[in-house]
Design a protein around this ligand. Structure first.
Ligand SMILES: [Zn+2]
Ligand SMILES: [Zn+2]
Length: 423
């Protein structure tokens, strides 16, 4: 035997018996997005590296440490997408979406890639549900985006705390950066090497450094909310009022800055206490400068990303009961060659009527076929042989209730009997 090959570290398989949970969550997310008027967008798994350096920010952990970057055979620098927002913005600009009017409302369900230390719900390949709303500068858009997340989190029975913060805009940020820089200068001897390099360029990044020493220092740092300009303060007050009007509970947490450079004004996280050390189920905010920064016209933007693996973990930890996976409607076993031939014909006709049917693929005897019907959880079984074909009759056995129904050997009659039987 050849040696087995294992999947790369930090990746996961979704097996045939688990995938129904993914389908359930993905369908719910799509339907929930539809209720708010968001449509799906799709984009490539890899992009030019430049997109993320400019779009995510070259002082972030993501760009500095976590990207899967390689040179392709044409000598271009290519990166596997580490997050969805930069790609959505690139696509929005490239496809001239602004011409179709504002707001542009999109969602995506995509895999993202980050080279980081794998832990529960945090993989090197993880799946993300993302929401983006471009062209709406009002706090009403922030509130809507938050309401989308609150809505699906509730549908999965997950108990979270919504934490919101405002980190200001280009008008008020210089004063805040100055205050931060002064504070961190005084602690220069204790900061980690990465943070020392961030001190000049972007002192806000020190606030979410993962080093315990840096995070302890960050606790007493100046708070962005104390430096907001009038516009940012009005925006933040408006958001809080809108959330209250929608009945969405929240708390202001001034320690939330999010790990990416592009945020302005609102940032938020839905935090769950049950998963690991870091229980953020969903996080996002406003990034009014990003579209311009990536070559588009100045356009306000707000959105969030939500890890699907984490969402599943949180749903499990909250005791959410997923509906059972759909099983086979009817298994048609064959007693002989005549029955096998008839089984193929009836199976095709039933499938055309939307009934799921399985037949024997392993040349098994009747007893083994019935055992297989049990294994796959078939709701009904039908045994076909020469007798049944001659008498034009099918006995449908309900596997759970052990009841029998009789039908003529006709697909629409069988489909009708199954429909009646399952009520
Ligand atoms: Zn401001
Ligand atoms: Zn640090």
């Amino acid at each position: 035997m050849s040696q087995k090959i294992q999947r790369p570290k930090g990746t996961a398989d979704v097996t045939v018996s688990e995938v129904y949970r993914w389908h359930y969550v993905e369908n719910m997310l799509r339907e929930n997005a539809r209720l708010f008027g968001y449509r799906e967008t799709r984009f490539p798994v890899f992009e030019h590296t430049e997109l993320f350096i400019r779009g995510v920010g070259d002082t972030t952990d993501v760009v500095q440490k976590e990207m899967y970057t390689f040179e392709d055979k044409g000598g271009r620098s290519i990166t596997l997408r580490p997050e969805g927002t930069a790609s959505t913005v690139r696509s929005y600009i490239e496809n001239g979406e602004a011409q179709n009017g504002a707001p542009y409302k999109a969602y995506y369900i995509v895999p993202n890639f980050r080279y980081e230390k794998p832990q529960a719900g945090r993989l090197r390949e993880h799946h993300q549900f993302g929401i983006e709303c471009f062209g709406a500068g009002s706090y009403a858009a922030d509130a809507e985006v938050i309401a989308i997340a609150a809505s699906f989190i509730k549908k999965l029975g997950i108990k979270t705390k919504l934490k919101i913060n405002s980190i200001g805009c280009p008008h008020c940020r210089p004063a805040y950066h100055k205050a931060l820089r002064e504070y961190f200068e005084s602690k220069k001897g204790e900061l980690c090497e990465t943070c020392l390099s961030r001190l000049e360029k972007n002192p806000m990044r020190i606030l979410d450094c993962k080093s315990p020493v840096c995070s302890a220092i960050a606790e007493d740092a100046p708070r962005a909310v104390d430096y907001l300009c009038d516009d940012c303060r009005d925006h933040f007050e408006g958001l809080k009022q809108s959330l209250t009007d929608m009945g969405i509970d929240f708390a202001v947490d001034t320690s939330i800055v999010r790990g990416l450079d592009y945020y302005t004004k609102t940032v938020f996280e839905f935090v769950f206490d049950g998963i690991g050390a870091q229980g953020t189920v969903c996080g996002g905010g406003r990034y009014d400068g990003l579209i311009e920064q990536l070559g588009g016209a100045a356009t306000p933007a707000v959105g969030f990303g939500c890890g699907i693996e984490r969402l599943l973990l949180a749903a499990d930890a909250s005791g959410f009961v997923f509906p059972d996976a759909p099983t086979c409607d009817v298994y048609i076993a064959s007693a002989d060659a005549v029955g096998a031939k008839q089984a193929l014909k009836i199976a095709s006709e039933l499938r055309a009527l939307g009934v799921s049917v399985e037949t024997d693929l392993c040349s098994r005897g009747l007893k083994a076929q019935m055992k297989n019907a049990d294994r796959i959880g078939a709701k009904y079984t039908i045994v076909l042989g020469e007798n049944e074909v001659n008498e034009n009759k099918a006995i449908l056995k309900n596997m759970k209730l052990k009841e029998q129904l009789e039908s003529s050997l006709d697909a629409s009659c069988i489909a009708e009997a199954i429909k009646k039987g399952s009520n």
